[in-house]
Design a protein around this ligand. Structure first.
Ligand code: ASP
Length: 448
C-alpha cells in the first residue's frame, strides 16, 4: 500500500482537487491520503495557512480580522461549490472558526487551532468529493489516526508510541483522508508541526502503516539539481539517497521537508516526489542506497541569511575548555549555531541571521571578548552557504579543485570551506551578493 501526500499547490482550487481525485482513482494501492491546506493559485495569491495565521494574530491582538475571515471563507466556499459537495461543509468550517474565537484557549493553542483549519478542511472536502465519485473514502482526524505528539516551540514532535496505533490503520476499509500538519498531545491539545509540516504527517503515516512507498505530490516534475530560478532548465535528479536529500533540503531545497526524512529513514520507506499536474512523469525517488553511476555530485544547494562570528586567540588550540566556554555562552544567550569550522588559533561560528538580532550580537561579542579573552572578534553578515552534494564525493579526487576553480572563475571569494565531517557534501561560505554568479559557475563545472 502507498501513502500519497498532496501539497498546497495540488489543492489550491477545485480543479486541483479534481486532479488529485483522478490520481487517487488511478492506483488502488493509494490507501492513505494526506493533505495540505489550499496553497497559492498564482504568484500573487495567498496560502490559506498564511491567511489563518494572520487571522489568528489579528484576533488575538484585537486588530481588524474580518477581511481575513471573509477571504478564507470565500476560498473554501468556492472550492466546495465548484466541487458540488454538500454546502454543510461551509457551515462546518464557519462554526469551527467561530468556536475557536469563542474558546478560552491560551494564545499559543488558539493560534495552532486556527492554523490547523486549513488542512482539516482540505481533508473533509476531499473525502466528501471522493464519496460523490463513488469512492469509499473517509476523513480521519489525526487523533483517531494516532498522531500523538510532544508540543515544542519549534514545532510538534511525534512520540514513538504513535507508530503502533498508526499501524492499526492498515485494517481500515477504503481510503483514509488525513489532514497533515497537526497532531495532538497526550492530554488532547492540538499541536502543529513546523511550517510545511504536512510532509511530516505523510512520512509518519507511511512509516506507521509500513507503506511500500510514500508519494509526495507537489508542482514540479522532479527534484532539480540546482535552483531553477537561478539556472534555466536544470538537470532533473532521478534518484537521491536520504542523506543527499537531507543535505540539499538543509540548504534551500524546499521540495521536501527535512524533518519528514526522519520517519522515512527509520523505517526505510522509499519516497517519490511527483507532480500533481503531470502525474505520469516518473518523479524523483529518495532511497536508502543507490547504485554508483559515476556521477558523484547530484545537486548544488544554496541558502542566504547567515552570519559568521570570527574569533581568534593566540594558542587557542592549547587552551583547555575554550570550546566549552564559547558554546556555553551561545547556549546561555539561546543562540543555536549551524557550523563551527576552526583553525589553530581561530574559529568561525556560522549562525542563521534570524537567531542573531543586532542586540544579541552586541552581547555575544562582548562576552567573547571579556570572558574568552579573545584577541579579535568580528562579525560578518549577509553570508550565503553553498552545498555541493553527492554520495561518494569524499572518495573522488579533485572535487574541491573543480569547485574552487569554478568559484575563482566567477570571481567569488571563499569566506569559509567546510568538508570536515559530512560524508556527502562540501560547503562554501561566500558573500551573498556573489551567490548567483557562484551557482552558475559551479553548475557548469559539475553538470555541463
Ligand atoms: N499548510 C502548512 C504550511 O503552509 C503545512 C503544509 O502545507 O505542509 O506550512
Amino acid at each position: 500500500m502507498k501513502v500519497a501526500k498532496f501539497g498546497g499547490s495540488s489543492l489550491a482550487d477545485a480543479n486541483q482537487f479534481k486532479k488529485v481525485a483522478n490520481i487517487i482513482k488511478d492506483d488502488q494501492n493509494r490507501k492513505f491520503i494526506v493533505v495540505s491546506a489550499p496553497g497559492k493559485r498564482h504568484d500573487h495569491d495567498f496560502k490559506i495557512t498564511d491567511l489563518l495565521i494572520q487571522l489568528g494574530q489579528a484576533y488575538l491582538t484585537n486588530d481588524k480580522y474580518k477581511s481575513y475571515y471573509i477571504t478564507i471563507m470565500d476560498r473554501f466556499s468556492k472550492i466546495i461549490n465548484e466541487l458540488n459537495v454538500s454546502e454543510d461543509l461551509i457551515n462546518e468550517i464557519d462554526m469551527k472558526l467561530k468556536s475557536i474565537m469563542e474558546s478560552d484557549l491560551t494564545d499559543e493553542h488558539m493560534l495552532n487551532c486556527f492554523k490547523a483549519i486549513g488542512e482539516d478542511s482540505s481533508a473533509k472536502i476531499l473525502s466528501a468529493y471522493l464519496q460523490t465519485l463513488g469512492i469509499n473514502a473517509k476523513y480521519v482526524n489525526p487523533k483517531d489516526a494516532g498522531i500523538i505528539v510532544k508540543n515544542d516551540i519549534n514545532g510538534a514532535q511525534i512520540l514513538p508510541e504513535s507508530f503502533n496505533t498508526i499501524y492499526e490503520l492498515r485494517n481500515e476499509d477504503g481510503i483514509s483522508v488525513i489532514p497533515g500538519f497537526f497532531g495532538y498531545t497526550k492530554d488532547g491539545t492540538l499541536a502543529t508541526f513546523s511550517r510545511g509540516g504536512s510532509d511530516i504527517t505523510g512520512a509518519i503515516i507511511a512509516a506507521g502503516v509500513q507503506a511500500e512507498l510514500y508519494e509526495n505530490f507537489t508542482d514540479v516534475d522532479s527534484v532539480y539539481s540546482v535552483n531553477p530560478t537561478i539556472i534555466n532548465n536544470p538537470k532533473e535528479i532521478k534518484v537521491l539517497t536520504y542523506r543527499e536529500m537531507r543535505e540539499l533540503s538543509y540548504a534551500g531545497f524546499s521540495v521536501f521537508h527535512d524533518e519528514a526524512l526522519i520517519p522515512a529513514v527509520k523505517e526505510q520507506i522509499p519516497v517519490c516526489i511527483k507532480n500533481t499536474n503531470n502525474p505520469s512523469a516518473p518523479g524523483t525517488m529518495i532511497v536508502a542506497n543507490k547504485e554508483a553511476n559515476g556521477k558523484c555530485v547530484v545537486g548544488i544547494a544554496s541558502d542566504t541569511g547567515f552570519v559568521s562570528i570570527y574569533i581568534s586567540k593566540f594558542l587557542m588550540n592549547r587552551e583547555l575548555g575554550f570550546g566549552r566556554k564559547l558554546f556555553q555562552i551561545l547556549e546561555e544567550e539561546e543562540v543555536s549555531f549551524e557550523h563551527a569550522p576552526s583553525g589553530i588559533d581561530d574559529m568561525s561560528i556560522i549562525i542563521r541571521e534570524s537567531q542573531l538580532p543586532e542586540n544579541k550580537e552586541k552581547i555575544i561579542v562582548e562576552r567573547f571578548e571579556n570572558e574568552l579573552e579573545a584577541d579579535t572578534v568580528t562579525v560578518h553578515r549577509n553570508l550565503a552557504l553553498i552545498m555541493i552534494v553527492g554520495e561518494g564525493m569524499k572518495e573522488t579526487i579533485g572535487m574541491a579543485k573543480t569547485a574552487t576553480a569554478a568559484l575563482g572563475e566567477a570571481k567569488v571569494n571563499i569566506e569559509m570551506i567546510n568538508q570536515g565531517s559530512s560524508e556527502v557534501s562540501m560547503m562554501f561560505g561566500i558573500k551573498a551578493n556573489g551567490l548567483h554568479r557562484a551557482i552558475k559557475s559551479l553548475y557548469y563545472a559539475f553538470f555541463e
